[in-house]
Structure formats: structure tokens, C-alpha cells
Write a protein that binds this ligand. Structure first.
Ligand code: BTN
Length: 244
């Protein structure tokens, strides 16, 4: 599999462009939509994605993974692990904040926005939108963000870095294709944030301290609070309040 990179100077959102390509073309698998600037970059939920022009990696990979709907969280797992490996190659130690964020020194360095299209119980295609802070040096304070440049005091070339990342991604994707799910599970847990200390979380009922016990087969977060009670959450049902 070789990814084909489609490069744009500016787009509203690479995920939106990927959706258009899937609607309009037959041959959409393994295409990567890359842009230097997004005017309507989308984050998780109703958030927008912050990035100045030409500073960061903004791209969407379209894959056709042939897995079942109930296995779809593996796409997120393999993507997070590829991002962790990419940072490792730069001697940056990163952690996965469930479900789709990557943290370095407790600050967000990248985010993933996955959009799946489903036929029956199979995944038809998956758009994996990745925003990775590369050369940005000033962020709005509320974002608690960092970048590779802030961590390494060095500038990086966008397209070279995209190609480096895609090589790592392809290797990871093959693991998923060969259904090495147990290995992915193990590695994902090892790189998860909050497994070694109690942190403060908020759900719709209360604020509590808890430690991450794992992720279940549906991709839900399993927390154990200070009374020993297990609490299981879907995305958006729980929020981490402190990053320490
Ligand atoms: C998050 O909120 O953490 C997810 C952020 C995802 C941002 C990326 S940037 C490239 C792709 N296109 C978008 O509009 N969003 C994703």
C-alpha cells in the first residue's frame, strides 16, 4: 500500500475534502489530503482546530480497513500509537489521552478526528484527520498546547514530516490488517495517560479522583475511583479536569 498525497494550499477542512472525495470518486482508498492552512479546521465535537498557516501538519488519511463496526476503536488505537512512535523517533515522550489526544509534558501536541462510513456491520471507509503541532510557537493559553518546535527548539519541514509519519502509519495499519489486536491493545494501554496516578475527573453527576484501569472492547474508558468503584464512560461522558 502506498499512500497518495493530494496537496492543497488552503482548504476549509481536510476531513471535509476527504468526505467530498469519497462521495465523488470511486478510487479513494489510501489517499491523503494535506493542506498548509484550514479556514474551518474541525476539532472533536463542536470545537475548532487551531493552526496558523504553514506551521503544522494538517491532513486526513482515507483508509478502507475491512474491519467490523465493533472493532472500529482499533483505528483510533493504531493512529494514536503511530503518533506516539513518530514522537519517539524525535526523542519526545508522548502519552495518549483517551480517546484521541496526544500529550507531551501534560500539554496537547496532536488531535485526531475520525469519521467512519459504515455499510451493514463493516467499515466502508475511515477518514483519519490529524492535526499535529509542528512549528507553532504561540498558542492561546486556554488550549494548553505545545509543539515539536517548542519541545526541540528546532524547525521541521512539513512535507518531509508528513512522509515520515505515513511510513510509520503504514506499518501500524498492517498490524491492524493482520488482526494483531492483542498487541495493539497492550501497547495502547502502556502508552495511556493517567494509568499510574489518580487524577480529577468530572461526569454528569460529580467530580471525583480516579485512575485509568483500561479501555473495554467498545473503546470505552474504564476508571477506578478512590472508593474502588469502576466507572465506564463513552466519549464525552467524562472530562479530565487536571493534567499533572
Ligand atoms: C481534536 O479536537 O483533538 C481533534 C482535532 C483534529 C484536527 C484535524 S486537522 C486535520 C483534520 N481536518 C480537520 O478539520 N480536523 C482534523
Amino acid at each position: 500500500m502506498n499512500f497518495k498525497i493530494l496537496q492543497y494550499k488552503e482548504l476549509e477542512s481536510t476531513n471535509d475534502k476527504a468526505n467530498e472525495i469519497i462521495d465523488d470518486e470511486n478510487d479513494f482508498c489510501n489517499k491523503v489530503i494535506f493542506t498548509f492552512y484550514q479556514s474551518k479546521g474541525r476539532g472533536a465535537g463542536s470545537n475548532s482546530w487551531y493552526s496558523s498557516a504553514g506551521k503544522n501538519l494538517l491532513f486526513s488519511i482515507i483508509i478502507c480497513p475491512e474491519i467490523e463496526v465493533r472493532q472500529q476503536f482499533f483505528i483510533s488505537k493504531l493512529t494514536s500509537l503511530a503518533i506516539i512512535e513518530y514522537f519517539k523517533q524525535k526523542s519526545i515522550s508522548a502519552k495518549i489521552k483517551w480517546p484521541n489526544d496526544t500529550l507531551v509534558n501534560n500539554k496537547k501536541i496532536s488531535g485526531i478526528l475520525i469519521e467512519n462510513s459504515i455499510t451493514g456491520n463493516k467499515l466502508n471507509s475511515s477518514i483519519i484527520g490529524i492535526g499535529l503541532n509542528l512549528n507553532e510557537t504561540v498558542f492561546p493559553e486556554t488550549l494548553h498546547a505545545t509543539s515539536v518546535k517548542l519541545e526541540k527548539q528546532k524547525e521541521f519541514e512539513l512535507l518531509k514530516e508528513l512522509n515520515n509519519f505515513l511510513k510509520i502509519y503504514e506499518k501500524r495499519f498492517n498490524l491492524c490488517k493482520n488482526k494483531s489486536f492483542a498487541l495493539l491493545d497492550k501497547e495502547y494501554f502502556e502508552n495511556l495517560y493517567g494509568t499510574d496516578k489518580y487524577l480529577t475527573y468530572k461526569d454528569k453527576e460529580d467530580i471525583f479522583e480516579a485512575i485509568v484501569k483500561g479501555i473495554d472492547n467498545y473503546g470505552r474508558l474504564i476508571l477506578k475511583d478512590t472508593t474502588g468503584k469502576e466507572r465506564i464512560y463513552m466519549f464525552k461522558e467524562v472530562e479530565l479536569l487536571n493534567y499533572e
